[in-house]
Design a protein around this ligand. Structure first.
Ligand code: FES
Length: 111
């Protein structure tokens, strides 16, 4: 089991959820009321599921595909630890995974 920690863009709010291997980060985030629109529902066609991954966790993730990297070029507030939440599946043996919401959210959700 993995403890997934979502941090709000300004760092003021932390939400933790438990996840099983194979669960998709985007769905976990949405179930935890995180402001990730995921407009294309994981088809890798929108970049509205952009998250910033904790540096240590980032190093552990499988490398992004070229398509994911191309899409990230269009996301707002991209950092070198940016990933698309719809392209991250929890893996066996991960104790924790910490991600932060990007600074400026392009899709205003009023949250
Ligand atoms: Fe659209 Fe991830 S949900 S790219």
């Amino acid at each position: 089991m993995t403890l997934v920690r979502f941090i709000s863009a300004d760092g003021s709010k932390i939400r933790e959820v438990e996840a099983e291997p194979g669960e998709r980060l985007l769905w976990l985030a949405q179930a935890a009321d995180q402001p990730l629109e995921g407009t294309c529902e994981g088809q890798m066609a929108c970049s509205t599921c952009h998250v910033i991954v904790d540096a240590a966790d980032f190093a552990r993730l499988p490398s992004p595909s070229e398509e994911e990297e191309d899409l990230l070029d269009f996301a707002a507030s991209v950092t070198r630890h940016s990933r698309l939440a719809c392209q991250i599946w929890i893996e066996e043996g991960w104790e924790t995974l910490t991600v932060r919401m990007p600074g400026s959210v392009r899709n205003m959700q009023g949250r």
